[in-house]
Ligand binder design. Structure first.
Ligand code: MLT
Length: 388
């Protein structure tokens, strides 16, 4: 069989982190090991029934079997705007400031194609969701990593960015609550960031997929669009995946600066044909009536967080209880690397963790736990690690 040469942009890609973890997991499973996955952040809780029922009713409507609108059903975009108003006090024009996405990953991956030219710079706070640098590279851009460390509270040090880099930076990716470090960003950070971006004409891409996984009403995460002037420079990506346990449904949204939303829409018109309308109608139900379900999911993750942080503490593994996200970001034991530790745990215990360096070099020395299994399995996973 002829082996065709891959395009350079693909040939030079590292293995996709979660695909690689799936591969390792399958290897260990094939040896008969009972696997407990604390790897990918994929909620184990089911999608609430009322959302499934809305999908069922919508799927029965023949009009929903035809091509959907490119920018998304107006009813979905209105539900997004209403949800932003209720949750963040941010008013959005559903016609011009909201676009539906096939999950926020899709939108984030396509965004650089609309705004990054070959040679443009993208600033990326890292450890990071792997899609930011990959998508920047697909557009021919150059990624500059801003390390997130315990010393800077996992917030990029804006003052350490040179004037030359600010001038060159076309895009700045931020993600709070943060995956993988589980850090939150205070309002003052966003205020400084927005001010600087407006001075330098840098586009702010905020990935806000985890804002609804918080554990303290007094510390509810912000949307960047709550900051005065942010709409001049920012686009925010959000998702129904983590909030309503809908990862498999592939539905999300981008909101904010009209020209940024429209630019992304232009790429999407040319590469996809929208989201199944029945999924969008189910999304309307989720956004409109999903809050009590999101609240009970938060209570479940909070209990898991506390169980896990206590068990890790007893093992001498340093790990802060985060205010948001369903992740724990922990130091690997002294003398081990991220990949070495995670692979030793997987091979010996069947527990899947994510190596910190898989999210970029600044993640070396850490591993991530996703609290996406029930309390019993979580406790079992932790006692296997403790025994090891
Ligand atoms: C993760 O585990 O980092 C996320 O679930 C990946 C994703 O949302 O695509």
């Amino acid at each position: 069989m002829t082996q065709f040469r891959l395009a350079k942009r693909v040939a030079t890609l590292p293995p996709y982190l979660f695909a690689e973890i799936d591969r390792l997991k399958a290897e260990v499973k094939a040896q008969g090991m009972d696997i407990i996955s604390l790897g990918i952040g994929d909620p184990d809780l089911p999608t609430p029934d009322f959302i499934i029922e809305a999908l069922y009713a919508s799927a029965k409507k023949p009009k929903n079997h035809q091509y959907p609108s490119y920018t998304g059903l107006l009813s979905f975009r209105k539900a997004v705007a209403d949800w932003y108003q209720t949750r963040f006090g941010v008013g959005l024009d559903p016609e011009n400031e909201v676009v539906s996405l096939i999950g926020s990953k899709e939108g984030i991956a396509h965004f650089p194609l609309a705004f990054i030219d070959p040679g443009d710079l993208a600033l990326i706070a890292s450890p990071n969701y792997p899609v930011y640098p990959v998508a920047t590279g697909f557009a021919g851009g150059e990624a500059k990593i801003l390390p997130l460390t315990p010393e800077n509270d996992f917030l990029p040090d804006l003052a350490a960015i040179s004037d030359a880099d600010w001038e060159r930076a076309k895009v700045f990716f931020v993600n709070y609550p943060n995956n993988p470090t589980a850090a939150s960003a205070p309002r003052e950070f966003y205020e400084k960031l927005v001010k600087k971006a407006r001075e330098t004409g840098t586009i702010l891409v905020s990935d806000a997929a985890y804002t609804e996984l918080y554990y303290d009403e007094a510390k509810r995460p912000l949307s960047i669009l709550e900051i005065a002037g942010a709409r001049d420079v920012a686009i925010e990506f959000h998702s129904l995946s983590k909030t309503y346990n809908m990862t498999g449904w592939r539905i999300g949204m981008a909101v904010g600066n009209e020209s940024l939303v429209k630019g992304l829409g232009k790429i999407k018109e040319n590469v996809d044909s929208g989201i199944f309308q029945a999924v969008q109608e189910a999304g309307v139900a989720a956004l409109t009536h999903g809050e009590p379900h999101a609240a009970s999911a938060r209570a479940i993750y909070k209990e898991r967080r506390d169980v896990a942080v206590a068990a890790l503490g007893k093992m001498g593994i340093a790990c802060r209880a985060p205010d948001a996200t369903f992740y724990l970001w922990c130091r690997v034991p002294a003398g081990e690397t991220s990949a070495g530790f995670v692979s030793r745990v997987l091979k010996n215990t069947g527990v899947v963790l994510t190596p910190g360096n898989g999210f970029g070099a600044p993640g070396e020395g850490f591993f991530r736990i996703a609290l996406t299994v029930g309390k019993e399995r979580l406790t079992e996973a932790l006692s296997r690690i403790a025994a090891l």
